[in-house]
Design a protein. Structure first.
Lengths: 336, 782, 207
C-alpha cells in the first residue's frame, strides 16, 4: 500500500476513529465475555448462556445492566480516591494503547468526505508506545490492591507487579528481533514489511512463541492467571471491587487481550495485507479473532502454573531464550 | 427409712447361687425385687394379695416349682429363677397371651409401656404355636372416666385386685366371657401351667361387679394405672398421645392431704400451640395408690398469665395496708413460710379457717400426750392389723386412710371399727371384721371412752376413768350408746381381736371442730398410752399439716384482707379471677408436708409467666431470697423441719418399695402424766335436720372443681332415703345465713344427716358452719 | 469378585492400580530436561486437541451434555428420598396412616408432629400431621419405620417455594382422592422386601 496515496488525516477523522475504537473495542471486550463463556462451554460439552436473547446473545446486556445497577461498595478503610481511580487507569491505559495500533483499514465516510485512518495516531514509535502503555497499565491493579485495605488485595497486587514487570522484559526482548529486522517501530512499517506475503513468524518463530507466552502473562490469562486465583488470594486485587468498577478491570483485561492479538497479528502474522482472495481487513479481523479464540482455547485445555514456576519460567527460560534469539538474529543479519 | 430393718427378722436365701438377705415372711418375688433380681410377673401387685392369674412368676424353690408371688421365703431357701421347664412354661404363657391379642400396637395407648409387649420381647416369643377362635369383645365406657377395651384385656386381674385390696370399692370383677372352649388336646401338648392359665383366660373378662354396664365407684382410676395393657384407659386420654411423647414430672398430689407421689405427664397442646399441657397423671402403682382427685384433678393451672406490673404494684399496696391474709391449705410449705414471715415482720394476721381448728387440736394433743405430733403415718397404718377410725368420713375426707383401712382388712387379716354419725355402706364391705357405729352427733367422747373400755390395759387406767366407764354401763352400755348392738358385737369382738398386735387410731376432721376438742385430745392421748395405739390424724386438706406447723394462725380475720385463693378485699388467685394472678399448685415447685408427716418435693409441671408470692416478698421484706425454693432451707427447724436445700431432696421409691421422698418431720417425745380426761355431757347432742360439712369424694377445693375430669357437683349430698323426702333443690337455713343448693343422692350414704360441700371458697361454707363441722339447720323447699 | 476376595480386608494386597507417577527431578539439569521434554513433547497440544475435539463433538456430533433442567428433567430412581407423600388404601381410599406416632418418635431431627384423637368409630384418627421441612434431613427413617407404608418419600425434589409450610400439612402430602388411581406403590426405603413371605413363620389360625 502506498502511503503517499492516502488522504489527509484530519482531526475529525482521528476523533471519529478514537470514538470508534472505544465503542467497538469496549463492545467487543464485553462481547468477549460472552464468547469466552460460550467457547469454554462448548469445549466442556455444555451449552453456555442460553436464555437471554437468541442463543444467550443478550447475556452481555444483562450482565451490563447487572454491573451498572449493583451497589457500589467502597470499603471503610480503603483509600477512597485511589480505590476509585484504579479501575479507570486499567481501562484507560488499555484503550490508550490502542491509539497507536492499526485496528481496521482506513476508510472514507461517504457524503461528508471524512477520512478515518486505520490507526488513530500513526506515530513512528508505535510499538514502543503500545508496550509502554500496557506497562503503565500495571498501575491499575497495583493501586487497586494497595488502596483497598485487604490482605488478598495487596497479595494480588504484589503478584501483579512481579508478573507484569517480569514478563515486560520477555515481551520487549522477544519483539526486539522483529524490530531489528524491520528497522522501525511503526506498526505500518511492520505491515508493509510483510506485504510480500511472507509473515515474520517464518523468520522469527522463537520470538513469536515467546511473545505469545509473555502476552498471556501480561493479559493475566490461563495458564498465568495467578493474580486473582480464587483458591489462593480470593480475587486478588479485585477482591473488594463490585459493580461497574469491577467491570472496568474486566473491560481493561479484554481490551488488552485484543491489543495483544493485534500486535501479534501485525508484527508476526502479516498484518492487514491482502491474502490470496481475502481482503486485508478480513485477514486482520480473522487473525485477531483467532488469537482471541486461542486464548480461550488454552484456558479450556490447560491448567495454570504455580507462582514460583511462573517466575522460574520467565527468568530462567524465556528471558535467556529471548536474548539468544536477539543475538542470533543480529548475527544472521550481520552475516547476510 | 420408715422402717428399721433389724437383723433378727431377716433370713438369708440363695437366688441363682448368690446369697441374699430377705425379710422374714416376704414373698420370694418381693425379696428378689428388693435385691434387684428380675423375676417376670404380670398379675402381682406389691401391696395386694397374689391372684395367680398369670403364673409367669414361676420359680424353682428348694427343687420344687412354686409361684414366687405367693411363696414366702424361708431361711436357707434356694431359688432358681430360670430352669428349662420354667422357661418353656413362660414362653408358652406369653404365646397364649398373644393368641388373638389384637395387633394394634400402632394405635394402642399402652404401646411403649405395655407389659405384654415387654414380656413378649423379654421371653423372645417370635412365633405362635397356639390358636383358638376369637370372641367378639366390646369396648365400653364404665364411668365418666373409665374406658375398657375388652379386646385388649389379658385378664390379669390387677384391676380387680387393686380395686378390692387397695381401693376398697370392689367395683369390678371377672365374669364369663362366653368364648370358645379349649381343645382338650392342648392339655397334653402344652406346658401344664400355661394350659391352666389359658383355660381360665379364655373364659374370663372384666366387668363392673354390680352387673350393670357402669361401675359404681369413687372413680379413682387406679385400675387404669395398674392395667399392664391398653385395656383400661381414661376416657379423656384415649388415643391422644403415645407414652413416649410425654415428659414425666414427679410431683405431689395437690388436693387431699395424703400427698401421694404422682407424675404429671406433659406435652405440647397441639401443633399450633406449643405450650404444654398435662395429658394425664401416673403413679408408682406398686407403692402408691392415688385417689380420683390426684389422678384426674390436674388441669387447674393458671394459664396464659403474663407479668402485670400494674396489678403487682396494687398487690404491694394491698399487702402494705393489709390487716389480715386469708388463705387455705392449697399452699406449699415455702409459701406458708413466706406468709408467716409477713406476720412476723409486718404484723399481718393469718386467717385460715380450714387449718386453724386442726392446728389447735394438734396443740391440744401435743399438750396432752407430750408428742409434738401424732406418731403414725399412712404407711404405718397399712402395716397395722386393727384400725379404729373416728371423727372422719373416711370415704370423703381421706382416700389414703380409707385405702389403709381397707388394705389392712384384706392383707393383714385385720379388723376395724368405724365410728361416724354419717352412715356409710361401703366401709362394712371392706371385710368381715369391720364394725361400723353410726352414733349421734355429740357422742364423740363416748366413742373414745368405748375404745378405752375395749382396748385399754385396765391396770393403767385411772380409777376415776374406770368408774366413769362403769357408770356409763361398761362396754355394753357404751356400745349401745354409740349406736351398736352390744350382744352381737361382744360375741364377735374376741374373734376380731385374735392375733392382733398393731393398733392404729385414725382421727378425722370432726374432732378438730368439736366443742370439747381438748377433752378429745386428752382421750386420744390416753388411748395411745394405755391401749398401745398409734395415732394418725387426717389433716383436713392439701398441705394443712404444713400450714398448721409453720404458720401461727389467728382465730379471725379483721380489717383489710388479702385473700390468697380465698375471698378478700384484694385477691391473689391462681384460679384466674383474682386481682393478681399467682401460679397454681402444678406450676410451682416447693415442698408439701403430707399426712404421713413427710416433707415431699413437688415440681413445676407447666410454665407460668406471671408473678409469684416470692416476687411480692422481695418487695415487702429485706432479706427475701431469689427463688421460692430458697425458702425450703428456711423452714422452721424448731418445729421439726430440716434446713436442707430443695434440690437435695430425693423423690423416688426403690425396688424394695422404700419411700425416698424428701424427709420425715422430726417428732419430739416428752414424758407426760396420764392425761386427766373429763366426763362428757349429752346435752350437746344435735337434733333436727343436721348438715355435715363434707365434700364428695374427689372434690377438695376450687382447683379440683376446675379440673375437667372431676364431675362431682357442689351440693347437698344425702342418702337415698333422705333424697326422696327432699326436692331437687333446697334452701338450707343456718343460724347465720342461708344457702340454696341442689340435692344430690349419694347411694353409699345412710341416715338422715346431709353433707354440704365446702370446696367452693366463694360460697363461704366455713362461715355458715361457724367453726363447727355439724350444724342444726332448717331445710326449706325451693 | 469372589467371596474370598471380598472378605479380604487387607487392602494392601488387593488389586489396586497405582498411579504411574514419574520422579520429580531434583537437580537443576533434571528440571531443565523436564521442561524441555514437556515443551517439545506434544503433551500440551494433546490437551488443546482434546478440548477442540470435544467442542466438535458437542456442536456437530450431538454429544452436548447439558440437560436444560426446568424444561427437561432426568428420570429419578424410585428410591429417591424427596418430599414425603402420604398414601391411601387403594381399595377404600382411606388414608393408611393409623397415627401410631413411630415416625414422630424415630425422627432424628424431631420435625414430625401429629395430633390424634378418639373418633366416633372408636378408632384412632389423625387430626393433624405436619413435617417441618426446615428441619427435615430426608433421612428416610420415617418411611422405614412406618408399619403401614403410609408415609413414603415421593419424587417431589423441587423444594423451593415461598412457604415451605405449603408442603407440610397432612392434606398436602396425602394422595388427592381423585388421583387415587395414579398412586404408585412405593418400593423405596422401608418397603416390604420381595421375599418377605419366606422370612416369616405363619401364625396358626383356628378358623
Amino acid at each position: 500500500m502506498d502511503s503517499t496515496m492516502l488522504p489527509e488525516v484530519t482531526a475529525v477523522g482521528v476523533i471519529i476513529k478514537a470514538v470508534l475504537i472505544l465503542a467497538v473495542i469496549a463492545a467487543i471486550a464485553g462481547f468477549g465475555t460472552y464468547i469466552e463463556r460460550k467457547i469454554l462451554a462448548f469445549m466442556q460439552r455444555r451449552l453456555g448462556p442460553q436464555h437471554v436473547g437468541p442463543y444467550g446473545l443478550l447475556q452481555l446486556a444483562a450482565d451490563g445492566i447487572k454491573l451498572f445497577t449493583k451497589e457500589d461498595i467502597i470499603p471503610q478503610h480503603a483509600n477512597k480516591i485511589i480505590f476509585a481511580v484504579a479501575p479507570v487507569i486499567t481501562a484507560a491505559t488499555a484503550f490508550i494503547a490502542l491509539a497507536a495500533v492499526p485496528v481496521f483499514p482506513g476508510f472514507t465516510i461517504p457524503l461528508v468526505d471524512v477520512y478515518v485512518p486505520s490507526i488513530a495516531s500513526d506515530i513512528n514509535v508505535g510499538i514502543l508506545f503500545v508496550l509502554g502503555m500496557m506497562a503503565a497499565g500495571l498501575y491499575g491493579p497495583l493501586l487497586a490492591g494497595m488502596a483497598q485495605a485487604n490482605k488478598w488485595g495487596i497479595l494480588g497486587s504484589a503478584r501483579t507487579a512481579i508478573q507484569f514487570l517480569s514478563y515486560e522484559v520477555v515481551t520487549g526482548l522477544s519483539i526486539l528481533a522483529p524490530i531489528m529486522m524491520v528497522g522501525s517501530l511503526s506498526f505500518v512499517d511492520f505491515n508493509d514489511y510483510q506485504a510480500d506475503g511472507t509473515w515474520l513468524v517464518v523468520y522469527q518463530p522463537v520470538a513469536f512463541v515467546l511473545f505469545l507466552i509473555a502476552g498471556f502473562a501480561e493479559t493475566n490469562r490461563t495458564p498465568f492467571d495467578l493474580l486473582e486465583h480464587e483458591a489462593e488470594v480470593i480475587s486478588g486485587y479485585v477482591t473488594e471491587y463490585s459493580g461497574m468498577r469491577w467491570g472496568l478491570f474486566f473491560i481493561g483485561e479484554y481490551a488488552n487481550m485484543i491489543t495483544i492479538g493485534v500486535i501479534a497479528s501485525v508484527v508476526f502474522l502479516g498484518g492487514y495485507n491482502d491474502f490470496w482472495i481475502f481482503p486485508g481487513w478480513l485477514m486482520i479481523i480473522g487473525k485477531i479473532a483467532f488469537s482471541f479464540f486461542f486464548m480461550l482455547w488454552v484456558r479450556a485445555a490447560w491448567p495454570h502454573v504455580r507462582p514460583d514456576q511462573l517466575m522460574w519460567l520467565c527468568w530462567k527460560v524465556l528471558m535467556p531464550l529471548a536474548v539468544i534469539n536477539v543475538v542470533i538474529t543480529g548475527l544472521v543479519m550481520m552475516i547476510i | 427409712m420408715s422402717e428399721v430393718q433389724t437383723v433378727e427378722n431377716m433370713v438369708s436365701i440363695t437366688i441363682d447361687g448368690k446369697e441374699y438377705k430377705a425379710k422374714e415372711g416376704e414373698y420370694i418375688l418381693n425379696a428378689a425385687r428388693a435385691n434387684d433380681i428380675f423375676i417376670p410377673a404380670i398379675c402381682y401387685l406389691t401391696r395386694c394379695s397374689p391372684t395367680l392369674a398369670c403364673r409367669i412368676c414361676l420359680v424353682e424353690a428348694n427343687g420344687k416349682q412354686v409361684y414366687s408371688c405367693n411363696t414366702k421365703v424361708k431361711e436357707g431357701m434356694e431359688v432358681t429363677v430360670n430352669t428349662p421347664n420354667i422357661l418353656a412354661e413362660r414362653r408358652a404363657m406369653m404365646e397364649v397371651y398373644d393368641v388373638n391379642h389384637p395387633l394394634q400396637c400402632g394405635v394402642c395407648d399402652q404401646s411403649g409401656e405395655c407389659e405384654l409387649q415387654n414380656y413378649t420381647l423379654e421371653l423372645q416369643v417370635d412365633s405362635q404355636s397356639y390358636s383358638i377362635p376369637d370372641t367378639k369383645r366390646e369396648t365400653s365406657d364404665w364411668s365418666s372416666v373409665l374406658h375398657y377395651d375388652a379386646g385388649l384385656c389379658i385378664v390379669c386381674e390387677r384391676c380387680t385386685t387393686v380395686c378390692k385390696d387397695m381401693i376398697g370399692d370392689a367395683a369390678i370383677k371377672t365374669t364369663k366371657r362366653g368364648g370358645a372352649s379349649l381343645d382338650k388336646a392342648w392339655k397334653d401338648e402344652m406346658p401344664k401351667d400355661a394350659y391352666a392359665m389359658w383355660n381360665k383366660l379364655q373364659k374370663s373378662v372384666i366387668a363392673p361387679s354390680n352387673g350393670t354396664g357402669s361401675t359404681d365407684c369413687s372413680d379413682c382410676g387406679e385400675c387404669i394405672a395398674v392395667c399392664p395393657v391398653g385395656a383400661l384407659v381414661s376416657r379423656d386420654f384415649v388415643y391422644t398421645s403415645n407414652a413416649w411423647d410425654l415428659r414425666k414430672i414427679p410431683a405431689v398430689s395437690a388436693h387431699s392431704s395424703d400427698g401421694f407421689q404422682i407424675y404429671y405427664e406433659v406435652k405440647p397442646i397441639s401443633i399450633d400451640n406449643r405450650d404444654e399441657k398435662i395429658y394425664r397423671v401416673t403413679n408408682e402403682w406398686n407403692y402408691v395408690s392415688l385417689d380420683g382427685s390426684a389422678r384426674f384433678g390436674y388441669d387447674y393451672e393458671n394459664r396464659g398469665v403474663t407479668k402485670d406490673k400494674k396489678a403487682f404494684d396494687l398487690a404491694i399496696e394491698a399487702f402494705k395496708k393489709a390487716k389480715t391474709i386469708r388463705f387455705n391449705s392449697m399452699i406449699t410449705n415455702e409459701e406458708a413460710m413466706m406468709l408467716q414471715t409477713l406476720k412476723e415482720k409486718m404484723g399481718i394476721k393469718l386467717y385460715n379457717p380450714e387449718v386453724r381448728a386442726f392446728q389447735k387440736f394438734l396443740t391440744l394433743y401435743a399438750d396432752a400426750s407430750g408428742h409434738s405430733l401424732y406418731t403414725s403415718s399412712m404407711e404405718d397404718s397399712m402395716k397395722s392389723d386393727f384400725i379404729v377410725s373416728v371423727g372422719g368420713a373416711l370415704r370423703n375426707d381421706s382416700p389414703g386412710l380409707k385405702y389403709a383401712f381397707n388394705n389392712v382388712q384384706k392383707m393383714n387379716k385385720g379388723a376395724g371399727l368405724y365410728f361416724h354419725p354419717v352412715g356409710d355402706t361401703l366401709i362394712p364391705s371392706f371385710g368381715k371384721s369391720v364394725s361400723t357405729f353410726t352414733h349421734k352427733v355429740g357422742l364423740e367422747e363416748a366413742t373414745l371412752y368405748l375404745v378405752l373400755a375395749l382396748f385399754s390395759d385396765q391396770d393403767k387406767l385411772d380409777s376415776s376413768v374406770k368408774d366413769y366407764i362403769t357408770e356409763l354401763g361398761g362396754k355394753e352400755g357404751l356400745i349401745d350408746l354409740v349406736g351398736g348392738d352390744s350382744k352381737k358385737f361382744i360375741k364377735g369382738f374376741d374373734k376380731m381381736m385374735k392375733k392382733k398386735e398393731r393398733f392404729t387410731l385414725m382421727v378425722g376432721e370432726d374432732y378438730y371442730y368439736h366443742d370439747r376438742a381438748d377433752n378429745l385430745a386428752k382421750l386420744i392421748a390416753l388411748i395411745e398410752q394405755t391401749a398401745g395405739f398409734n395415732v394418725v390424724m387426717n389433716p383436713p386438706k392439701s398441705n394443712a399439716l404444713g400450714v398448721a406447723i409453720i404458720c401461727d394462725l389467728d382465730d379471725n380475720a379483721e380489717g383489710y384482707t388479702v385473700g390468697y385463693n380465698e375471698i378478700g378485699d384484694f385477691r391473689l388467685s391462681a384460679l384466674g379471677d383474682g386481682d393478681l394472678d399467682i401460679p397454681a399448685f402444678n406450676q410451682q415447685e416447693g415442698t408439701v408436708t403430707n399426712l404421713s408427716k413427710r416433707v415431699v418435693p413437688t415440681n413445676v409441671a407447666l410454665d407460668y409467666g406471671g408473678y409469684e408470692l416470692n416476687d411480692l416478698m422481695k418487695e415487702l421484706i429485706d432479706d427475701a431470697p431469689e427463688e421460692t425454693i430458697d425458702w425450703t432451707k428456711r423452714l422452721p427447724t424448731d418445729r421439726g423441719y430440716r434446713a436442707v436445700e430443695f434440690d437435695s431432696l430425693d423423690n423416688y421409691y426403690d425396688n424394695a418399695g422404700n419411700e425416698h421422698r424428701g424427709y420425715l418431720l422430726n417428732v419430739l417425745f416428752e414424758e407426760r402424766d396420764t392425761p386427766k380426761v373429763e366426763k362428757f355431757y349429752d346435752d350437746t347432742l344435735l337434733d333436727g335436720d343436721i348438715v355435715y360439712r363434707c365434700n364428695p369424694p374427689r372434690q377438695f377445693n376450687d382447683f379440683s372443681a376446675k379440673a375437667h375430669q372431676i364431675f362431682e357437683p357442689f351440693g347437698l349430698y344425702v342418702s337415698s332415703s333422705k333424697a326422696e323426702s327432699l326436692g331437687k333443690k333446697v334452701e338450707v337455713v343456718f343460724d347465720n345465713g342461708t344457702i340454696v343448693v341442689d340435692v344430690i343422692e349419694d347411694k353409699k350414704m345412710e341416715g338422715d344427716i346431709m353433707a354440704l360441700s365446702d370446696f367452693k371458697s366463694a360460697e363461704n361454707v366455713y362461715g355458715l358452719f361457724d367453726g363447727s363441722r355439724y350444724a342444726s339447720v332448717t331445710i326449706k323447699e325451693v | 469378585m469372589s467371596l474370598e476376595q471380598f472378605k479380604n480386608r487387607n487392602v494392601g494386597t488387593q488389586n489396586y492400580v497405582k498411579l504411574d507417577l514419574a520422579h520429580t527431578p531434583t537437580t537443576g539439569w533434571g528440571q531443565f530436561k523436564q521442561v524441555v521434554g514437556r515443551t517439545f513433547k506434544p503433551e500440551l497440544f494433546v490437551g488443546l486437541w482434546v478440548t477442540f475435539r470435544e467442542m466438535g463433538n458437542a456442536l456437530v456430533g450431538g454429544k452436548m451434555h447439558t440437560t436444560q433442567y426446568p424444561f427437561e428433567k432426568l428420570p429419578i430412581s424410585p428410591r429417591y428420598r424427596a418430599i414425603h407423600d402420604m398414601l391411601r388404601l387403594m381399595e377404600s381410599g382411606n388414608y393408611r396412616c393409623i397415627g401410631c406416632g413411630l415416625c414422630e418418635k424415630i425422627c432424628i431431627s424431631n420435625c414430625i408432629s401429629m395430633e390424634t384423637k378418639y373418633d366416633e368409630n372408636q378408632r384412632k384418627e389423625v387430626s393433624e400431621y405436619t413435617i417441618n421441612f426446615g428441619r427435615c434431613i430426608f433421612c428416610g427413617y420415617c418411611a422405614e419405620v412406618c408399619p403401614e407404608l403410609a408415609i413414603v418419600h415421593g419424587p417431589r425434589y423441587e423444594t423451593a417455594s415461598e412457604q415451605r409450610a405449603s408442603f407440610s400439612l397432612f392434606e398436602d402430602m396425602l394422595t388427592p382422592i381423585d388421583k387415587l388411581n395414579l398412586q404408585q406403590e412405593y418400593d423405596g426405603f422401608g418397603a416390604i422386601s420381595p421375599n418377605a413371605d419366606e422370612n416369616i413363620k405363619p401364625t396358626p389360625l383356628a378358623y
